[in-house]
Design a protein around this ligand. Structure first.
Ligand code: MG
Length: 166
C-alpha cells in the first residue's frame, strides 16, 4: 500500500548498525523538517549531529531531500555536512531519485526517511525504496499542518497525543 511505511520508528536516533544490517540499508535519503530538526528551527535536534557522525563512520551515504525552500534547507544541511536538494516535490520522486543516483546505491537498499505519510513515505514507496516513517520531534501549530496531522491520525491511527506541542 502506497501510504504504508515499510518501517515505523520514533526518530532517526533509533537507527544504528544493527537496524541498518537487519533491514539491509546502505544509504539514506533524509527529510529535514521534523525529521532532523524542528520545523523552521535553524539548529538540528539534540543528538542528530552525533547520530549523523555515527552513520558516516559506518560508511552510510546520506542526502537531504526536503520540500522546503532552499533558504530554509541550505544553512542547516550545510551545517550538518549533508548534500541536499530543496523543493524536492515529494511525493513525486525527482528529488529522491537524484539523491539515490548520486549515492550510487540500489533503491532497494536505500531508506527514505521522513515524518509525513503524504510526502516522505509516498515518495519512498513510489520509488521502490525502503520507506521509514518517524514521529515528528514536535508538532507544528499552523492550521494546515494540524489539518494534515488530523487526516493522518484518522486514516492511519497515528497517536500524537503523547507528543509534546511547542
Ligand atoms: Mg518533515
Amino acid at each position: 500500500m502506497i501510504f504504508r511505511p515499510k518501517i515505523w520508528i520514533k526518530n532517526v536516533l533509533e537507527i544504528d548498525k544493527e537496524f541498518l544490517d537487519k533491514h539491509n540499508i546502505k544509504a539514506m535519503v533524509l527529510d529535514l523538517d521534523n525529521t532532523l530538526s524542528m520545523h523552521g528551527n535553524p539548529a538540528a535536534e539534540i543528538g542528530v549531529p552525533e547520530w549523523l557522525d555515527s552513520m558516516r563512520e559506518l560508511g552510510i551515504p546520506m542526502r537531504v531531500v526536503s520540500n522546503n525552500t532552499n533558504k530554509r534547507v541550505k544553512p542547516l544541511a550545510e551545517k550538518l555536512g549533508l548534500p541536499y536538494c530543496a523543493n524536492g516535490c515529494k511525493p513525486l520522486t525527482f528529488g529522491v531519485s537524484r539523491a539515490i543516483k548520486q549515492m550510487g546505491v540500489s533503491k532497494k537498499q536505500t531508506a527514505v526517511i521522513g515524518d509525513q505519510i503524504f510526502t516522505d513515505v509516498m515518495a519512498g514507496n513510489f520509488k521502490g525504496a525502503i520507506s521509514i516513517l518517524v514521529e515528528p520531534f514536535h508538532l507544528e501549530k499552523t492550521w494546515t499542518f494540524r489539518l494534515k496531522r488530523k487526516i493522518e491520525s484518522l486514516i492511519f491511527k497515528r497517536d500524537y497525543s503523547k507528543l509534546e506541542v511547542k
